[in-house]
Design a protein around this ligand. Structure first.
Ligand SMILES: [Fe+2]
Length: 183
């Protein structure tokens, strides 16, 4: 009689000390804030404390996709109040121009990201405000409606960023609210 081997379940690796520190900081900042800017400042400070720690992410959470930039869902608060993802970019990969479902805070963990910002003028939401290179260690917050942008790998090596969003990404899948057609 052929005996099937027992299925092998590999539990996900335990979060690193740096990631647990991030969770504690973000949770306190989100739940303790009295207004949106205070929330954004608190989450930004929490992410800034850990963004360059080498053990922040597991190897699996840093894997790219050869076709397009890749999102790894790392954590969703039990009540869905916020989510944390890593985004991984190979050289030349980029997002469409987009805005967001909620506030967000972005920190560059590795490599360089190039961010192009836009605003709406007379119904045209592709009026370019400027472009900048964000090296590893950069942490910035965005509050809608001032949040239209495009993000790309701005270097020649892998780029990885951590994003905290005020939404349940296990339900909505992505933080993108609208995509704007390219010029
Ligand atoms: Fe974005």
């Amino acid at each position: 009689m052929l005996i099937q081997p027992a299925p092998h379940f590999e539990p996900p690796p335990a979060p690193s000390a740096a990631f647990r520190q991030l969770l504690a900081g973000v949770d306190g900042a989100v739940r303790g804030a009295r207004h949106p800017q205070e929330l954004l400042d608190g989450v930004t400070g929490s992410l800034r404390e850990v963004i360059l720690k080498r053990d922040l992410l597991t190897d699996a959470q840093k894997l790219p996709d050869p076709v397009r930039y890749r999102q790894h869902l790392l954590h969703v608060a039990e009540d869905g109040l916020y989510s944390i993802v890593s985004l991984v970019w190979l050289p030349t990969q980029e997002t469409p121009v987009h805005d967001h479902l909620s506030w967000c805070v972005v920190g560059v963990h590795q490599g360089i990201e190039r961010e192009t910002s836009y605003r709406c003028v007379g119904g045209d939401c592709l009026t370019e405000l400027g472009q900048g290179l964000n090296p590893a260690g950069t942490v910035v917050g965005l509050l809608p409606p001032a949040d239209i942008h495009k993000v790309a790998n701005g270097g020649e090596d892998l780029a990885i960023s951590l994003h905290v969003y005020g939404a349940d990404l296990s339900r909505c899948g992505s933080s993108i609210l609208r995509k704007y057609p390219a010029n």
